[in-house]
Design a protein around this ligand. Structure first.
Ligand code: ADP
Ligand code: 5GP
Length: 216
């Protein structure tokens, strides 16, 4: 049974290479109830990336214009490029009771939490070791050598942000990490405050007249 509820904003952050895009992709592919927020970015497209699916790749002028119009829910400069979350799809999802997932950094997470705390569940993904993080970045082999070095340099500062998140997953074994992520989503979906249909349901359960429905 599915009661009415508000949508949930599930945020994943990690240092580059820890595996958050893999986890995000697995979850949004398997679970039709959660959609990925497609960010805009000024960074160059990687070979494996599809415009409008992984990101909307835009020029810096267009990014600045979006930001100035208030079209971005949050934005940040990461590894020398600009990234931002378009505001409208998030607002639409929340009111429609649709869940959304975000692959964004800690700066963006802070901004969304400030604006929409009750709707947010945040997850930080750690690599099992710095050697493995480096090995994953090298195996992915989709960034230029300078970009890869910059990402590794920034990893320590990003890892320092883990304390600001609701959940922390160490992505050693991918299946296990993915299982933990699914468990977080399942639990967050049944949080009492999020289930706006509970008052009505319980009144029905106890045979109370409908006019005694209390909005929460
Ligand atoms: P991020 O989005 O955090 O930068 P990715 O999801 O792109 O990281 O993962 C970086 C690389 O590591 C990819 O090649 C991915 O297939 C691989 N990877 C992800 N999780 C694991 C894991 N648990 N074990 C081994 N390799 C992994
Ligand atoms: P990448 O270039 O590897 O796709 O992403 C680099 C970093 O930018 C990652 O930490 C990713 O989570 C973050 N990022 C991607 N999109 C956004 C966004 O819209 N806002 C913010 N704040 N960070 C983002």
């Amino acid at each position: 049974m599915q009661l009415d509820r508000r949508g949930l904003l599930l945020i994943l952050s990690s240092p580059s290479g820890a595996g958050k895009s893999t986890l995000t992709r697995n979850l949004t592919t398997e679970d039709p109830g959660i959609r990925l927020s497609v960010s805009v970015t000024t960074r160059p497209r990687r070979q494996s990336e599809i415009e409008g699916v992984h990101y909307r790749f835009i020029e810096k002028d267009d990014f600045v214009a979006m930001r100035e119009r208030g079209d971005l829910l949050e934005w940040a400069e990461v590894h020398g490029n600009f990234y931002g979350t378009p505001r409208k799809p998030v607002e639409q999802a929340l009111t429609a009771g649709q869940d959304m997932m975000f692959d964004i950094d800690w700066q963006g997470t802070k901004q969304i939490v400030e604006k929409l705390r009750p709707d947010v569940a945040s997850v930080f993904v750690l690599p099992p070791s710095m050697d493995e993080l480096k090995a994953r970045l090298e195996r992915r082999a989709e960034d230029a050598p300078e970009a890869m070095a910059r990402r590794l340099d920034n990893a320590r500062d990003e890892i320092a942000q883990w304390g600001g998140y609701d959940y922390v997953i160490v992505n050693d074994d991918l299946e296990r990490a993915y299982g933990q992520l699914k468990a977080i989503l399942a639990a967050e979906r049944v949080r009492r405050e999020r289930q706006t249909g509970l008052d009505r349901f319980v009144d029905g359960l106890l045979g109370r007249p409908a006019q005694r429905f209390r909005a929460s």
